[in-house]
Design a binder for this molecule. Structure first.
Ligand code: HEC
Ligand code: HEC
Ligand code: HEC
Ligand code: HEC
Length: 416
């Protein structure tokens, strides 16, 4: 009796030990999973399908696929209702959503309100690994093709080929507009350091641009510099107008996601920090340390994105970011209201029979400037964190110019 009980107990303990040991081995192996990547130089020179690269780089592929988790795309109009008045006369007033993960580009560009298709094939320039190939195939005709003509040929979202040379895996620039803009600045694109490339691969798309009149060629307006003021001076010198505001009658220019331009001259940029330092921190996948390819808000993983350089703790960093962004949002709302005020005042003055045309023109010029300084901030992601000083400065300028536009518009009809 005693011995059989003892036997049972021994068996039970043995069974438990086996289970615990097996579990431990399983988790140990999972954590130390040996992930082998490479060999290099087996990927075709123009391999647009990232899944093919993923077969050789499985850890990077997993990280890249995690971009699917960044799936929210709320309308900009919810937090910035004044946008629709400011953008009247453009497709942006019809539908304008906040960005989401890199893997959604094709889905998003093809499901947007058709009012946005007017631009044509050029919309795909920053959405697909296939667009450089299309530019080669069609030459300058690419930019003149319709949205639908291009849509039928494009299936792949942003991927490996956009930033890497398939033979060496070195970072590279694939978008001609960036190469040309850097060359016009007198820079040798073959002599860019790796740290610069960790920012410039993003500057292929996270920049403002315009379509050259006639050719519709995507061009970066950087010849005078990349600050809001320098870009506006470039447009003014060229007498460039993207659209005429239907209510105010003003010749306007449109800013686009100027993350790179805003970042230039910031504290972090001056200290040599690159986009990839915050947005592609090192992470562990199994036993492998890789640069995260899940491009997202660094606030989702402050431990990896910031604390490598900052030892003040994650709470302090999070609060700093939130404080900056709150301040920017408040000033931006003031600027939004001020620009809408200018539009309303211009409408009244334009319809006034004996309006002073010269003063009305001055008021419109001030509206053009106010709109530009606000837009440069409003469509740039990060709510000012990338460069708080320049961002608040631009918003102050927007508010000042908009108020002056209101004054001038009233003066033009003798209402002051
Ligand atoms: C938006 C640009 C971009 C895209 C798209 C991209 N990468 Fe990268 N990749 C980078 C950057 C930046 C680095 C860091 C390079 C450095 O510091 O030298 C990097 C590094 C790497 C490395 C070197 C090891 C490491 O993790 O630092 C490999 C391998 C790699 N990427 C594979 C891929 C694969 C596979 C894909 C597609 C599934 C891909 N990358 C897509 C920008 C990109
Ligand atoms: C080929 C063009 C292209 C390149 C190169 C590129 N991006 Fe993007 N990026 C986009 C587009 C387009 C979106 C928006 C996608 C959507 O909403 O469908 C986006 C979205 C993002 C988002 C998500 C934004 C959000 O609000 O959730 C982040 C973060 C981001 N990019 C960072 C980077 C960084 C950092 C680099 C460089 C390492 C980079 N991107 C390179 C085009 C690009
Ligand atoms: C010092 C760290 C840092 C650097 C460097 C940096 N960013 Fe950011 N970025 C941030 C933070 C913080 C946010 C705000 C995230 C939020 O609001 O959730 C942000 C937001 C963004 C967003 C919007 C993402 C979202 O989810 O709202 C994009 C796109 C982006 N950055 C692109 C870039 C590009 C391109 C560069 C280089 C030109 C760059 N960033 C350099 C820290 C950085
Ligand atoms: C590669 C290093 C590096 C990374 C990564 C980095 N920073 Fe910084 N940060 C610096 C340096 C250098 C400075 C300037 C000197 C200082 O204030 O310590 C700075 C300054 C700052 C400042 C003061 C800014 C100012 O304009 O005065 C804030 C706030 C900040 N960082 C937040 C962040 C946040 C949030 C992240 C992550 C999203 C981050 N940093 C990632 C290096 C880094």
């Amino acid at each position: 009796m005693e011995t059989s009980k003892l036997k049972k107990l021994v068996l039970l303990v043995a069974a438990i030990i086996v289970v615990v040991a097996a579990t431990a081995v399983f988790f140990f192996n999972k954590h130390n999973q040996v992930i082998t990547e490479g060999p290099q130089s087996v990927i075709a020179a123009n391999e647009v399908k990232s899944a093919e690269w993923g077969k050789i780089y499985p850890a990077h592929w997993d990280s890249y696929m995690a971009n699917m988790n960044n799936a929210e795309k709320p309308s900009h109009f919810i937090t910035k209702p004044y946008m629709q008045t400011i953008y009247a006369g453009t497709g942006f007033a019809a539908e304008f959503n906040e960005p989401r993960g890199h893997l959604y580009t094709i889905q998003d560009v093809t499901s947007i309100n058709p009012a946005r298709y007017k631009i044509g094939a050029a919309c795909f320039t920053c959405k697909s690994t296939q667009s450089p190939e299309m530019m080669k195939k069609y030459g300058d005709q690419y930019y003149l093709m319709s949205f639908d003509e291009m849509k039928n040929q494009i299936t792949e979202p942003i991927g490996c080929l956009d930033c890497h040379d398939p033979k060496t895996m070195k970072l590279r620039i694939t978008r001609p507009a960036l190469i040309e803009a850097l060359q016009r600045q007198g820079r040798d694109v073959n002599k860019l350091s790796n740290q610069e490339m960790r920012t410039l691969v993003c500057a292929q798309c996270h920049v403002t641009y315009y379509f050259q009149p006639g050719t519709k060629k995507v061009t970066f307006p950087w010849d005078n510099g990349v600050s809001a003021q320098e870009i506006l001076s470039y447009y003014d010198e060229k007498n460039f107008t993207e659209w005429v505001h239907p209510i105010a009658g003003t010749n306007l220019v449109k800013a686009r996601h100027a993350e790179y331009e805003t970042y230039m001259g910031s504290t972090h940029q001056s200290a040599g920090v690159a986009c990839a330092d915050c947005h592609m921190p090192y992470i562990m996948v199994g036993n492998k340390k890789i640069s995260s390819h899940n491009w997202q808000s660094p606030l989702n993983n402050i431990e990896q994105s910031c604390t490598t350089c900052h030892r003040n703790g994650t709470e302090w960093l999070k609060t700093r970011v939130e404080t900056i962004q709150k301040q920017v949002k408040q000033s931006q709302d003031l600027a939004g209201a001020a620009v809408v005020g200018a539009i309303n005042e211009l409408k009244i003055s334009r319809e006034y029979p004996t309006v002073d045309k010269a003063k009305l023109q001055e008021a419109m010029k001030l509206h053009r400037e106010a709109q530009w300084y606000l837009d440069y901030v409003m469509v740039t992601n990060g709510y000012g964190f990338h460069n708080p000083t320049a961002t608040l400065d631009n918003l102050n300028t927007a508010i000042d110019k908009a108020h002056k536009s209101v004054e001038k518009a009233r003066e033009a009809r003798g209402a002051n």
